[in-house]
Design a protein. Structure first.
Length: 415
RNA sequence: GGAGAGGUGGCCGAGUGGUCGAAGGCGCUCGCCUGCUAAGCGAGUAGGGGGUGUAAAGCCUCCUCGAGGGUUCAAAUCCCUCCCUCUCCGCCA
């Protein structure tokens, strides 16, 4: 949620951002609604103040004088009820409209509206010019089974098997160890969350169709640990000295992948369920931009240690999620497809989530909404696929990068 | 799943219709005293919105005692619905 004060202090800043995103939000209607709401609120408050004042007088009266006073204020009471009802209606309209407004795009976010407009920042590593694709490799090595997964769960699911399953646990622990060394607190959060957590993180209302629901219990399956980690401090006022708070959350992630029919149907590149280690940070607003770069640096070190060629892209404004002001993706090279594809991502969501979740910090200037950031440390499934493709050998085996061997206990996966 | 208890400010905890945004305690902040990792004394200390103000301060005002609705001139206090937490029993990874 953006700061509603901006609507009257600097609506043009919002307009610029909406334009860069290609957003359809009706800013003028929102500004008008805000104005209407405030004047209605003013009227209601004046009436209510009078009512309370008279109430205090009545408290001191007795007998007939009291009866008369009570009779005299009945009309005022009904006016109060009417005007506050009006304020409530306007307020709820306003709140709903405000939830639809995406965060203000950062000045240095890339311009444009689609993936095509993402700006490449750098490339690292020597890409292989050819190789088998991950679906073929996974099947031949006997470590990924999507055929039987379809029987059990439908499309876009997979079994990891044998060394593939062990590789998963190795990656999780390897990533966690790195993050702990970086000062992150490891967490295993709930993956079933309330609606409030999803609204608070900005996934609702924008991306509601991507989220699995458990209606009977009014819970939702989180698509990322970002959701329970962000909501962890809901309604809290953090001590300035405790910031930044850095969490590393491991969770299984669930995504409906609605609207992706026909995309990435082979293998387990795009699946409904995968595991991920996610970084999440609560920080003083003035430090969030620097922290964003820091998260990217952590991600680069991790991918680099796996000896996977990659590039970093600055995501185009129109391709950003509602909560992000700026986002970097790391795209790993996939020789089977001869292209770079997203394996991690990190976003600065500034005060957007924190305001919705009411997470503040104490400062000399009073309480201030904190900033939050999130970044992928290791999306396990995709990382396994990137390892398979980039470390495949001519004999059909796959070598495990040396950084991982202490965790896997083996250095090669053979057919 | 069954039975019961309870949700009040950073924490604990009083408050069953009016002057209560709320006693008291703890914690914290500032000051005094003492001179020594303490005790004592005094003051301050919930959050949020709107208005006014160049800004800070200040001032005016409204909302918030789990959430929502209702009764009433007036609700932390009465009524209804919901949510959550805890305890015991049952079941269970």
């Amino acid at each position: 949620m953006i700061d509603p004060r901006l609507l009257r202090d600097d609506p043009e800043a919002i307009r610029t951002s909406l334009t860069r995103r290609g957003s359809k939000v009706d800013l003028d209607a929102l500004v008008a609604l805000d104005t209407e709401l405030r004047s209605a609120r003013q009227r209601a408050e004046e009436l209510r103040a009078r009512q309370k004042e008279i109430g205090r007088e009545i408290a001191g009266l007795e007998g007939e004088a009291k009866e008369a006073a009570i009779a005299g204020v009945a009309q005022l009471a009904s006016e109060v009820k009417e005007t506050t009802g009006e304020v409530d209606r306007l307020e709820s309209d306003f709140d709903m409209a405000l939830l639809e407004v995406p965060n203000l795009v950062a000045p240095d976010a890339a311009d444009g509206f689609t993936e095509e407009d993402n700006v490449e920042i750098k490339r690292v590593g020597e890409p292989l010019t050819e190789g088998a694709d991950h679906a073929t490799l996974g099947e031949k090595l006997g470590i990924v089974d999507t055929i039987r997964a379809a029987k059990v769960s439908g499309s876009r699911f997979g079994y990891l098997k044998g060394k593939g399953a062990l590789l998963e646990f190795s990656l999780v622990r390897w990533a966690m160890d790195h993050l702990v060394a970086e000062g992150f607190t490891p967490m295993v959060p709930p993956v079933l969350v309330r609606e409030e957590a999803l609204v608070g993180t900005g996934f609702f209302p924008e991306a509601r169709e991507q989220v699995y629901e458990v209606p009977r219990d009014e819970l939702f399956l989180a698509g990322t640990a970002e959701v329970p980690l962000a909501a962890y401090h809901t309604d809290e006022i953090l001590e300035g000295g405790d910031l930044p708070l850095r969490y590393a959350g491991f969770s299984t992630c669930f995504r409906r992948e609605a609207g992706t029919y026909g995309k990435d149907t082979a293998g387990i590149f795009r699946v409904h369920q995968f595991d991920k280690v996610e970084m999440f940070v609560f920080i003083d607003p003035q430090d969030s931009a620097a922290e964003h770069d820091r998260l990217l640096a952590v991600e680069e070190r991790l991918v680099g240690e796996l000896e996977i060629p990659y590039r970093v892209v600055n995501i185009a404004a129109g391709d950003l999620g509602a909560s992000a002001v700026k986002k970097y993706d790391i795209e790993a090279w996939f020789p089977g497809e001869r292209r770079y594809r997203e394996i991690t991502s990190c976003s600065n969501t500034t005060d957007f989530q924190a305001r919705r979740l009411r997470i503040r910090m104490k400062t000399d200037r009073g309480n201030e909404v904190v900033h939050t950031l999130n970044g992928t440390a290791c999306a396990v499934g995709r990382t396994i696929l990137a390892l398979l493709e980039n470390h495949q050998q001519s004999d059909g085996s796959v070598l495990i990068p040396s950084a991982l061997v202490p965790y896997t206990g083996f250095d090669v996966i053979e057919p």
